[in-house]
Design a protein. Structure first.
Length: 523
């Protein structure tokens, strides 16, 4: 109160007024100002920049200045963390996924006339601004459940006699894919030898979708002004074109899915000239249970065949419910066996070396899909990328490049277009690869019998240092007595092997890939 005494001394004529004003300032700066209570349901509507709006529902709980609650993000509910609401400013974070693959999204906004002007920021994308309005729990609910068809076998459409090869937009471009990018990628595939190496499909992943028209037909968004014209362009290059949808009401990126419009969408895709559909579970999990997937996927399998156009059918449901056992029944040509790959060794190792137990489910026209390639995206070494395509080829996995084909380095190009490695992937027998080493070993020996009687033999080194890896011919099914010769498919030359086996130093995370030929296979 020294300050007030001083003021009274300086202004004896107005002590009361000054004292009142000073008290007002004191209360204003020191007392908690009563603030609004944000508790309740909110919907955040933000433009995606392509004519669509993304809606996100929040259930917010406020206690004093602390904010908790959850976001209802498509099929998931994720808790709000580090939430505060102070002096009209709301801040909170949402952490998606589990370590090490977490994605942090930060929300910040101000309350203005009952609405929150909100923006979100995450390291993966440009900041997004929009408005959150009060909503109701009901609005966040998925549409009512539609009955499922009885199970039957969808006939084999005769497609994908070898694992599909091509390119997909997601790994490199995610939501930033558009018509011009697809055209230039197609041009690049023709110009840079990818097409000649066998890469045929140019696949548009999520975020091409626009709203449905008055008749319920799916449209493309502003990034794709004319899908038919784009398909014609890709076809004019001697390539094929793929598209993406979901059996749920929304795709994984929150765009329009095919739920309740399966036949209609299949017809639209056929009319556009689409050759390949990736069908991603996403928000279908809000309506159907995992053990109902077969019926859900069968519905689109039937719809595609009904169009009369050969459209390759790719299931994406992350390997749930042993999809490799029923994928063929729904007419699928390939099915994802895992969650999403990312461009780092841990992800590649975790996915790639876990495929052997289910390798025998791969058959001609029915392929296990351990996800798309990351080669050339910059997060791994050349040795790791060589391991990537070698392992995928031994597994007879689809080879869908996921990098920017317009600007790849010579090294990336030479890895992606190694004809001798691709020939293993594309072997007409489609026989499964077998790991003959201990599942936990860092020295991994894998073999795959090929149509011409030869055997692909790979020595992978998962260790952090180079190591000697050896293989005995007897163990890989090549009788020791046969006269054998071998070719190194990365060095493109013959290698000296002994009568009973081979031993060499393999770089850390690298591979030595041999094709072993019996010169007299009859004896
Ligand atoms: C899922 C799929 C990815 C990609 C994205 C698109 O995560 O597994 O391959 O298609 O959705 O939203």
């Amino acid at each position: 109160m020294n300050f007030i005494n001083y003021v009274i001394r300086q202004h004896p004529q107005f002590p009361g007024k000054i004292l009142f004003l000073t008290l007002l300032v004191f209360v204003g700066t020191h007392a908690a100002w009563p603030q609004a209570d944000l508790t309740g349901f909110w919907v955040f509507r933000a433009p995606t920049g392509d004519g669509n709006f993304r809606e996100t529902f929040f259930e917010i709980k406020q206690s004093g200045e602390t904010i908790s609650g959850k976001v209802l993000a498509g099929s998931r509910e994720v808790a709000i963390s580090d939430g505060t609401f102070k002096n009209g400013t709301l801040k909170f974070a949402i952490v998606y996924g589990n370590p090490p693959q977490t994605r942090h999204v930060l929300y910040q906004g101000t309350l203005e006339e009952g609405k929150i002007a909100l923006s979100l920021a995450s390291p993966e994308q440009d900041p997004i601004k929009g408005a959150a309005k009060r909503s109701k729990r009901k609005a966040a609910l998925p549409p009512p459940r539609l009955p499922l068809p009885d199970l039957h076998d969808v006939p084999d459409g005769g497609l994908a006699r070898t694992p599909p090869m091509g390119w997909n937009s997601w790994n490199k471009f995610a939501g930033k894919v558009d018509d011009a990018t697809i055209r230039r990628i197609a041009d690049a595939m023709v110009a840079n030898g990818m097409k000649d190496a066998g890469y045929v499909y140019v696949n548009i992943d999520d975020t091409w979708e626009g709203p449905r028209d008055a008749q319920g037909n799916i449209t493309s968004n502003l990034k794709f002004p004319d899908m038919k014209a784009l398909a014609d362009y890709v076809h004019s290059k001697g390539l094929k074109i793929g598209i993406y949808s979901s059996p749920g009401p929304k795709t994984c990126a929150g765009y329009e899915g095919s739920y309740g419009h399966e036949e209609q969408d299949a017809k639209t895709f056929a009319a556009w000239g689409i050759d390949y559909l990736k069908y991603d579970w996403c928000s279908a999990s809000r309506i159907y249970k995992n053990d109902e997937m077969q019926a859900v996927y069968q519905r689109m399998g039937d719809a595609l065949q009904k169009t009369g156009r050969p459209i390759l059918y790719s299931l994406c449901q992350y390997g749930i419910n042993d999809v490799w056992k029923w994928g063929p029944n729904v007419g699928a040509n390939l099915w994802r066996t895992t969650g999403d790959i990312s461009d780092n060794w841990k992800s590649l190792e975790r996915i790639g070396f876990r495929q052997f137990d289910i390798a025998s489910y791969t058959k001609v026209g029915r392929w296990n899909d351990p996800d798309m390639l990351e080669i050339g995206n910059g997060g791994m070494s050349a040795d790791e990328y060589r391991t990537h395509i070698s392992l995928w080829s031994l597994l007879a996995a689809p080879l869908l490049a996921g990098n920017d084909l317009r600007s790849m380095s010579d090294e990336t190009r030479s890895i992606l277009t190694n004809a001798e490695v691709i020939a293993i992937d594309q072997d007409s027998d489609g026989k499964p690869a077998k790991r003959i080493s201990d599942p936990e070993a860092t020295a991994v020996v894998v073999v795959r019998p090929l149509h011409d009687g030869s055997v692909a033999v790979a020595l992978f080194n998962r260790a952090e240092q180079p190591q000697e890896i050896s293989v005995k011919w007897e163990v890989v099914g090549l009788a020791a007595k046969k006269k054998l010769s071998a070719r190194d498919l990365w060095k493109h030359g013959a290698v000296q092997i002994s009568g009973d086996g081979y031993q060499t130093t393999v770089p850390s995370h690298g591979v030595v890939l041999l094709k072993v030929v019996s010169e007299n296979p009859k004896h």
